[in-house]
Design a protein around this ligand. Structure first.
Ligand code: HEM
Length: 235
C-alpha cells in the first residue's frame, strides 16, 4: 500500500473504528446520535399508516415522483444536517487522530517562533495525539469524550473552529489533507447507516489496545456484537 492509499483508506477506517468503540461505550452519546438521525428521517421521510415501513415521497432528479424507503441511504443534505454526529467524529479524531504524529525534515538552519534553534538535518515531530490531550489547549476535561464541547449552547451547530493548529488531525496550511470533507462524508454515511440498524456492544473478553505506527490503529482490531434495532420503534 503506498502512502496516499494509506492516507485515504486506512485513515478513514482507523477513525471509524475508534468512533464505534467510543460510541458503544457511551450510551448517552449513542442515543443522541440515533435520535438525531431518526429525527431527520422522520422529518424528511414521514411514516406510513401501520408504522411497519417508513417511506418518503421525493422528487427524483429527473422530476418524477419516486417512493424512497427509509432503508435508502441518507442523502447528501441529510448527512450534512447531522451536527451531533459531526461533533462526535471531531471528538474522536481529537482523542484518536488517525495520524498520531506528523514529521518534518529541516532542510536549512532555522529558528522557530518560540526561539528554538533547529539545525539543518533535524526531524521535527508534531504529536497530534498529545495536542488533543493537552490541558492548556482543551481544558481540564481534555481526556473526557465529550462531543458537546464542539457545539453551540443549543447544539444546533458546530461552534468551535474545526481548523487551526489546536485541532490538527487533518494538518493545516499548504499541506492540509485534501480528503477532509470526503472523509466526513464517508464516516457520517457509514456511521449513520450502521447505528440506525444495529446496536453495537463490546465483546467482553476482547481488549482494545492502540497500535501507534504510521496510523493509530487497534492492535487486535475491534470486536463487536451486533443487535438489530427495531426501526419501527424509533421512527
Ligand atoms: C479521517 C480521515 C483522514 C485523516 C485524519 C487524514 C489526515 C491527514 C493528514 C494529517 C495529512 C497531512 C500529513 C502531513 O502533512 O504529513 C493528510 C494529507 C493528505 N491526505 Fe488525508 N486524512 C484523511 C482522509 C483522507 C482521504 C479520504 C484522502 C483521499 C481521498 C486523503 C488524502 C490525503 C492526501 C493526498 C494528503 C497529502 C496532501 C499534501 O501533502 O499536499 N486523506 N491527511
Amino acid at each position: 500500500m503506498d502512502v496516499d492509499e494509506e492516507r485515504g483508506h486506512n485513515s478513514v477506517a482507523t477513525s471509524a473504528s475508534w468512533f464505534f468503540w467510543l460510541v458503544m461505550n457511551d450510551s448517552h452519546v449513542e442515543k443522541k446520535i440515533v435520535d438525531e438521525i431518526s429525527t431527520i428521517l422522520k422529518k424528511n421521510r414521514g411514516k406510513d399508516g401501520d408504522g411497519s415501513k417508513v417511506t418518503n415521497s421525493i422528487e427524483s432528479p429527473c422530476g418524477e415522483e419516486t417512493q424512497e424507503c427509509i432503508e435508502e441511504p441518507l442523502s447528501y443534505e441529510e448527512i450534512n444536517s447531522l451536527v451531533y454526529l459531526h461533533a462526535t467524529l471531531l471528538e474522536t479524531l481529537r482523542l484518536y487522530p488517525s495520524f498520531p504524529r506528523i514529521v518534518r525534515y529541516v532542510t536549512s538552519d532555522d529558528i522557530l517562533s518560540d526561539g528554538t534553534y533547529v539545525p539543518a538535518g533535524s526531524d521535527i515531530i508534531l504529536s497530534l495525539y498529545s495536542v488533543g490531550r493537552t490541558t492548556s489547549v482543551w481544558g481540564e476535561d481534555c481526556l473526557e469524550f465529550k462531543p458537546e464541547r464542539w457545539l453551540s449552547g443549543d447544539e444546533t451547530k458546530i461552534e468551535r473552529r474545526e481548523n487551526g493548529y489546536m485541532f490538527a488531525a487533518f494538518n493545516e496550511g499548504s499541506r492540509t489533507c485534501i480528503g477532509k470533507y470526503l472523509s466526513f462524508l464517508e464516516m457520517k454515511s457509514a456511521a449513520s447507516a450502521i447505528l440506525l440498524h444495529y446496536k453495537l456492544c463490546p465483546v467482553l473478553w476482547s481488549q482494545v489496545v492502540p497500535k501507534p505506527f504510521f496510523t493509530l490503529s487497534m492492535k487486535n482490531g475491534l470486536k463487536v456484537n451486533l443487535k438489530h434495532r427495531d426501526l419501527a420503534a424509533i421512527l
